[in-house]
Design a protein around this ligand. Sequence first.
Ligand SMILES: [Zn+2]
Length: 719
Amino acid sequence: MNRPQLLILAASLAFGGVAHAAAPATHAHAKQAVAIDASNPFAKPSTLPFQYPAFDKVKDAHFVPAFNAGMAEHLAEIEAIANNPKAPTFENTIVAMEKSGKLLGRVSTYFFGVKGANTNPEMDKIATEMSPKLAAHSDAIFLNAKLYERIKALYDKRDALKLGKEEKYLLERYNTDFVRSGVKLSAADKEKLKAINGETAKLQNKFTQNVLKEINTSVLIVDTREELAGMSEAQINAAAAAAKSRGHEGKYAIVMVNTTGQPSLSVLTNRSVRERLSKLALERGSNGGEYDNRELVRQLAKLRAEKAVLLGYENFAAYQLEDRTAKTTTAVNGLLAELAKPAVTNARREAADIQKMIDAEKGNFQVSAADWDHYTDKVRAERYAFDQNQLKPYFELDNVLTKGVFFAANKLYGLSFKERRDLPVYHEDVRVFDVFDANGKQLAIFIADMYARPSKRGGAWANAYVAQSKLMGTRPVISNNLNIPKPPKGEPTLLTYDEVRTAFHEFGHALHGMFSDVTYPRFSGTSVPRDFVEYPSQVNEMWMDHPLVLANYARHYQTGAAMPKELLDKVIAADKFNQGMKTTENVAASLLDQRWHQLKPSEIPADVLAFEAAALKEAGVDFAPVPPRYRTTYFSHVFSGGYSAGYYSYLWSEKLDADTVEWFKENGGLLRKNGDHFRKTLLSRGGSQDAMEMFRNFRGRDPKIEPLLERRGLVGVSN
Ligand SMILES: [Zn+2]
């Protein structure tokens, strides 16, 4: 199974929540209070239910004043804590910090949430302006020696403080967060670090914007309908509309998604069109154009390597991994090496099957990356007597969401959902649901933003507009963002099998946010280690083809007929077929991420593409028909921030996921008692406990690797 396009954006990932709050200029004169106009919607918490964001009231002009006032207010609060004449207590230091930065938290979560889903040139400009300021703000807090003295004093006597379990863990986290941020560095090194953090934030933001602009620019324009042979009428109409909106009336545009693979490649029968599309996709960010990212990659890799050295680590990956469940580069390199060989062996076998099909058709060419999906579908069709397009009529979007995703959550956790149309939205395609717990009380508000649009970044992700915290008295408002192509007006939205999987996956993140039942904002919802956060979401994918769930949602959009069982059986059997390719492209991307972030500052290569090629070759995953899922120059996960040295997290989390799926099966599957156990031990705990301790509480033991190897067809594969 393949999930790596699915990204989680926790509210606390970069901003909001105190421990991760970001912040402004560091000179004393910049600290004077900057008042916010009372008419600014960010001045006070939203008065809508659950503090749901006032999407109808916020204008672009509100952001900058709110950011500036928010940073100033936060910094003043932090100064007051650091300079408190009273001796440090948990309450006057740690709790006070947890409560600080409310205004900044409000504007940050709103701004970055909406920017991901529906940006505009003004918001891009603001992000460019704010990202270094926010990095500096964060440094002003985490490099504050006086503040840290208080934290350290508490930390050193933590056992004597008689703290509750969550409180004690919070104190330990604060100490770790500050040490890792560089608070123990000399004054001169702190200045160096601040410069690095500011520059990094600026370049990451530029990388993000380049990737989105490149996707919108790298559109394949074809002249004739005939060249789109293989596409459905609806897809061709969408291509015509896309061309028209880009000023190519009468032609057809194939629009990109942000992975290396492009959905159209599976259906297009014209090989030269496939080749043009694939080439365009692979060359994104390295084609010498306006949005070329090669130099940015070099600079980012260098800055991160320098930061790691400054903080006393061998390289950036070592620095990042220390704070994750993997702990070391040795562990991550080990997992990738263990998977690489059997994965490529399987991919080569699949390639041989594909080549046979090409030869039988007298194709007279060698399979390339441009051909893979198209012929995989053909091999599947021959071997399993079905093709993907037979499924789509059974996967209508509203059915998938309300009768599939929601239905499974009802069976497992007792949740129920009611759509409401009275709350404002930032785009007309967005839907809003009240979520009720089994006892009938409202638990959360869920926002479903399912359609692709040029103003939305690629991939799929979940984010919290309001994060749960008992201390702050907040309850969750959680959003899921997908990129499903919107059909022409009047036509149904029919999903692919992978898109259905994505819907279940992202809702797994949403559950993690909605079930959160912690006291402190630092621990809310998905605030867990990066290589743990994909685990609950991947588990939620298991319900998409559960017989009971499937019977409820997979109904023909015209006739209402249930999906025939033999069709489903074929899907499941055929799902094993392409696993060599899927594991290989994932391992290759994970390897690239690690190679870039295991460099010393002096080792940054001059030639980005040559380095990439050599890294893949050295690891034995340089199999041209299966390129990495993301190439370096459009690898937003790792060069925009969130998953730097962390792309392996998907595979790492999958070990826990596959082992958990086994647990559900051993215990009777889709039952309330099982859901409740998962919720109680894990989904409700946020980051308030050590991650692996939560896993053991759930599973009763440490995770095993076998279920993952089995799932990916890697058992007994030798080279
Ligand atoms: Zn995810």
